[in-house]
Design a protein around this ligand. Structure first.
Ligand SMILES: [Zn+2]
Length: 328
């Protein structure tokens, strides 16, 4: 069987690798995403990245027959166009992703016959379902908590994309935690009171400030976690005010509980064989994971109590592996 190239095209960087039929990533290269330069410039840079890897693969005696892409934004998997995208990648919405790459690669890498694309969270989940934390499960739900909140339900080896390819926006439904003084918190989608508005990384930082934490004691979400993890006798904790430490602990507890409750509700709806939690917050340790899993299990219907809830295992290569699976 031929090798393929998997591409993970995100808001700040684009990573690609040559992927063996087994899923092993053999060559890895990362470039900055030209997120201010517009769709055509990004396609030029991505095509050059792919062509360079195909050449390296050929030099090593491997032929590359296809390219799979996991891309930021809502991706129409049949037409290959970027339906919508946030301004994290300026000018990405409306770009003809697959057609644009095919025309560039027809000259630069003529052996590439198949190019497919899905949203990057779907690619990430597909990677975990194939070879990562949900390997061997016939169905899995992956939810990622980081700068944003996204997810994907993978059923029999394929992510459920939805009729309009918007499926998986699990950060955008109501959370009872997403309020302040009775007013729903604003969400990045222009809605309000959503899961993402209380449980994303930036939302945890907003909660910290709202709960009386001082920006001088924690400059960002990472700082909030460092403050919360510091023991009372540590230098860091001693230097910070008691208000800030209490606010950090509360902000994490509320965000994690909202995350867990939301995933628990989704498990009640979908009944996946395995649940995978991913993203920067999932990697932040027990301070986040314990209240998240507690709230999740509180939410479950009785027949679901034994559902496995595990951390993602493939790390940075998950979306590359999942994207590659689209054409393997
Ligand atoms: Zn929203």
């Amino acid at each position: 069987m031929n090798h393929v190239i998997g591409v993970d095209l995100g808001g700040t960087k684009t990573a690609a690798g040559v992927v063996a039929p087994s899923g092993e990533v053999l060559m890895l290269k990362t470039i900055p995403t030209l997120n201010r330069a517009g769709g055509e410039a990004i396609l030029d840079a991505t095509a050059a990245l792919i062509a360079g890897l195909a050449e390296r693969a050929a030099d090593a005696g491997m032929s590359v027959s296809g390219v799979g892409i996991g891309s930021a934004g809502v991706i129409d998997a049949s037409s290959g166009a970027v339906v919508s995208a946030t301004d994290a990648i300026h000018g990405w919405a409306g770009t003809s992703l697959i057609a644009g790459l095919c025309s560039r690669l027809s000259l630069a890498a003529p052996a590439v016959r198949a190019v497919r694309a899905v949203n990057d969270v779907h690619a990430h989940a597909l990677g975990e379902a194939w070879l990562g934390a949900a390997a061997g499960s016939s169905s899995s739900l992956m939810v990622a908590f980081g700068t944003g909140v996204g997810g994907s339900f993978v059923l029999d080896g394929a992510p459920v994309l939805g009729h309009r390819f918007v499926g998986g926006h699990v950060g955008h439904f109501a959370s009872p935690y997403a309020t302040s003084d009775g007013t729903p918190l604003p969400c990045v989608c222009d809605g309000s009171g959503h899961v993402e508005a209380i449980s994303s990384g930036p939302a945890v930082y907003e909660s910290f400030l709202r709960f009386g934490g001082f920006a001088l004691d924690a400059a960002d979400t990472r700082g909030v976690f460092a403050l919360a993890a510091a023991e009372a006798h540590d230098d860091g904790a001693a230097a910070a005010s008691a208000n800030s430490r209490a606010a950090a602990l509360s902000a994490i507890a509320v965000g994690a509980s909202a995350a867990g409750q939301a995933v628990g509700g989704l498990i009640n709806i979908l009944d996946p064989e395995t649940v995978v939690i991913s993203g920067g917050l999932a990697d932040a340790g027990d301070l986040w994971w314990k209240p998240m899993e507690f709230a999740l299990r509180q939410e479950l219907l009785a027949p679901l109590v034994s559902v496995p809830v595990v951390r993602a295992t493939l790390g940075n290569t998950a979306a590359i592996v999942g994207a590659a699976k689209l054409v393997l």
